[in-house]
Design a protein around this ligand. Structure first.
Ligand SMILES: [Zn+2]
Length: 390
């Protein structure tokens, strides 16, 4: 009995022990699987975050004036301009505050002219436009005729003194001083004007070695239907010497200044090769062209009206503040202006010094708009591109 009992106990209990062992093993396996999955999830999230940071949020360290030196780009110096312009409050076309903003930009441009390299010819002009009408075939203002008159733009042109023919080959860098009536426009586009003034300060020390000239256009009237750019490109006496257009914009505030519209492989290649922190996303152009952002940029004028090749850059962080009272300096991430400024300075120095770049620009003027369209994007700050078939 005891044996039998023993045997009966063993025959009945063993399965329970086995079941318990099996169940423990299962639990252990499930626990290990759960840990593995959790681990993989953490690795995935960490990887995604790192890629996101590298792709969108990785900004350079801002430099002060001393660190940047005479020929470099300083975010601290550019920010002083942004601070002054934003401090004026909203400055739409027709307002007294816009007059003050234009006077400020002109006065700063005068300082740049005075401090320029002695072998650089600097022309500074306050351009009053005549009456004009802008009628575009596409985009946000398609089919509308927008009349304008008496706009004021600040124009600053750099040409090497001992190469007068450079006057006939100008690279245009353009942005707008005016804002919409709701905001002082820290992002849109005081940040662009600040970058352009600081860029011009640097270009003034380099331009004696250029083969082409560089013309900075600080326009007013962009927010009224792109009429600032239109008035320049249809009325100004230097308009026919412009061979290439660079437009700086904001569809939000700060972050990377991203190339989102552009023409021609050689132009994209030039930017991708020399920019210190290249950033480009064609997808933004598609969103932009779909009308979802309800915006347009001066680049459309340079492409559609003037037939120029060019590149269009925009800040696209915090798009929710675009054209609202929250477009404020406090949202401007450190490094944003440094990112834009260093990229642009490197690009301008390259483009204005390259004979080939200007020859390509001349040739491009003859092509149709469809031939000029290109597809491009960057992956982790390196640019790949391809050309869309016409
Ligand atoms: Zn703008």
């Amino acid at each position: 009995m005891p044996r039998g009992q023993a045997s009966s106990v063993s025959t009945h209990e063993r399965p329970r022990v086995d079941a318990a062992v099996v169940s423990d093993k299962d639990n252990g396996r499930h626990r290990r699987s759960a840990y593995l999955l959790l681990g993989l999830l953490i690795v995935f999230l960490h990887g995604s975050w790192s890629v996101y940071r590298m792709q969108f949020a990785n900004l350079p360290l801002p430099l002060d004036a001393e660190q940047a030196g005479k020929r470099g780009f300083s975010e601290a110096s550019a920010l002083k301009h942004v601070k002054y312009l934003t401090g004026l409050g909203p400055h739409p076309v027709g307002s007294d505050s816009l007059d003050l903003a234009v006077q400020y930009v002109y006065a700063e441009a005068e300082k740049i002219k005075k401090a320029a390299h002695p072998d650089v010819d600097v022309q500074l002009e306050l351009f009053h436009t005549d009456i004009g009408a802008n009628r575009l075939a596409g985009g946000l203002f398609k089919g509308k005729t927008i009349l304008y008159s008496d706009l004021k733009h600040v124009i600053l042109r750099f040409v090497p003194k001992y190469l007068p023919e450079a006057e006939e080959n100008l690279i245009l860098v353009s942005s707008h001083i005016d804002t919409v009536f709701t905001t002082g426009g820290a992002g849109d586009c005081s940040s662009c004007v600040g970058v352009m003034l600081e860029l011009a300060r640097g270009v003034a020390q380099w331009a004696h070695g250029f083969k082409s000239g560089v013309l900075f256009l600080f326009n007013t009237g962009e927010e009224e239907g792109l009429v600032g750019a239109h008035s320049f490109i249809t009325q100004h006496h230097w308009r026919n010497s412009v061979r290439f257009a660079v437009d700086l914009e904001a569809m939000g505030i700060g972050g990377k200044s991203t190339l989102f519209q552009g023409t021609h492989q050689w132009a994209l290649e030039s930017f991708a090769t020399v920019a210190k922190y290249p950033s480009a996303q064609i997808a933004i152009q598609d969103i932009f062209n779909s009308g979802a952002t309800n915006s347009a940029t001066d680049f459309q004028i340079y492409l559609e009206v003037a037939g120029l090749p060019g590149l269009d850059f925009a800040y696209t962080d915090m798009t929710s503040v675009y054209h609202t009272k929250n477009d404020k300096m406090e949202h401007l991430k450190p490094g944003s202006l440094q990112h834009n400024g260093e990229n642009m300075l490197a690009f301008l120095l390259h483009a204005a010094s390259s004979q080939k770049f200007m020859e390509d620009a001349h040739e491009a003027k003859q092509e149709s708009v469809e031939q000029k369209k290109a597809i491009f994007f960057d992956i982790l700050a390196s640019i790949w591109w391809s050309i869309r078939n016409a």
